[in-house]
Write a protein that binds this ligand. Structure first.
Ligand code: 5AD
Ligand code: FES
Length: 356
């Protein structure tokens, strides 16, 4: 009976055991559950396993220079016209220095992917200086790199790394990423884990060509990778990309984005799951709040200085392009409090222990 698969908070231990053994068929059943019950179950499980605190990870989009040409992305190599920028060390340290006052204990440094030894060294230096001058946990998100570069960054103090696998289907992955294979992406995630770095990954919901079976596999791959953090968000077609005319696979039923979020929580009871920005692009002022009520427990306020924000639009209608870090931090706090939740104290490290 499908109903028996809706976890009951009173029986969390049994559900956790069951979640470990779900197969594709079972996840497809979860994706078809009545939505109100599904959302309530995800919210209960989130509360039982992660608590009511919402952890903040302040994101700084420090460079939009990218040598890859991913078909969906607004800062892809061939996207024109894009003013390319790269924030200087002092400017990044300035933002990092303000974050404690905004109750943010983690800085997420994100950029396009640039295979350059000089840039690798520069990123290492940025991490090292942030660790020297603040108490922040540092997450990097700068794409595929050799293990030796990840090791260098870890030695500079990097705590975590974010690298979405985007889709678990190897053919679809290859089509979307002319510069990379799924195998290489998974190799990066494996290298990071083996270095003792906390690993975040995830996928886009509804890329053109995605089926429900692929969505179920995406959710299962997150579980099988035993991820510390899982970021997912709806695919939004960008007019300056080859996918400009392609609709989201769930365009006719946009509640599916939240169904994916809720099932993700059910299958991954102990992972940090952010309410990602793309949800606010499809449902302004509301999307991320709904995520927090349907499985998510992390919010990623945008700390990129205002003057760069228009140049980091991976997809259109990205929120907060006219705001700055202070405005986003105040807005985010108000949104969390309005839900009756609190901002998490402490770094919000992974709850997991991994056998390395
Ligand atoms: N729509 C939705 N998400 C996108 N991303 C990139 N381009 C798009 C888009 N057009 C997501 C990818 C990437 C993350 C940083 O942003 O999943 O990993
Ligand atoms: Fe940026 Fe609300 S989160 S203004």
């Amino acid at each position: 009976m499908i109903e028996t698969m809706i976890p009951d908070v009173g029986d969390v231990a049994r559900w956790i055991d069951e979640a470990r053994h779900l197969d594709r068929r079972a996840v497809l059943d979860l994706l078809a559950l009545p939505r109100a019950a599904l959302f309530a179950a995800a919210d209960s499980l989130r509360r039982a396993r992660m608590g009511d605190d919402v952890f903040l990870r302040g994101i700084v989009e420090f460079s939009n220079i990218c040598t890859n040409d991913c078909l969906y992305c607004g800062i892809r190599r061939s996207a024109e016209p894009t003013r390319r920028y790269r924030m200087e060390l002092d400017e990044i340290l300035d933002v990092a220095g303000r974050m404690a006052r905004w109750q943010q204990k983690t800085i997420v440094l994100q950029s396009g992917e640039l295979a350059s030894a000089a840039e690798d060294r520069r990123i290492g230096e940025i991490v090292r200086r942030i660790k020297e001058t603040t108490d922040l946990a540092v997450t990097l998100s700068a794409g595929n790199r050799p293990r030796s570069v990840y090791a260098q960054w870890r030695d500079c103090g990097m705590d975590r790394y974010l690298l979405r696998f985007e889709t678990s289907d190897p053919k679809l992955f290859r089509y979307l990423h002319p510069d990379c294979t799924l195998e290489e992406r998974l190799r990066c995630l494996h290298d990071l884990r083996s270095l003792g770095v906390q690993v975040g990954s995830g996928f886009m919901i509804g890329v053109p060509g995605e089926t429900l079976g692929i969505l179920a596999d995406n959710i299962l791959l997150c579980r099988d990778l035993d991820l510390d953090m899982i970021g997912i968000g709806p695919f939004i077609s960008h007019p300056g990309t080859p996918l400009a005319s392609q609709a989201n696979a769930y365009a006719e039923d946009t509640a599916m984005y939240f169904v994916a979020m809720a099932v993700l929580r059910l299958v991954n009871p102990d992972s940090h799951i952010p309410a990602t920005t793309a949800f606010d692009a499809i449902l302004p002022h509301e999307g991320r709040d709904l995520c927090l009520q349907r499985g998510a427990n992390v919010f990623m306020p945008n700390n990129t200085p205002g003057r760069y924000r228009r140049d980091y639009q991976l997809y259109p209608n990205k929120p907060c392009v006219d705001e700055d870090g202070l405005q986003c931090s105040q807005c985010v706090a108000a949104r969390i409090w309005a839900l009756g939740r609190m901002i998490g104290d402490g770094p919000g490290h992974s709850h997991k222990t991994h056998d390395l």
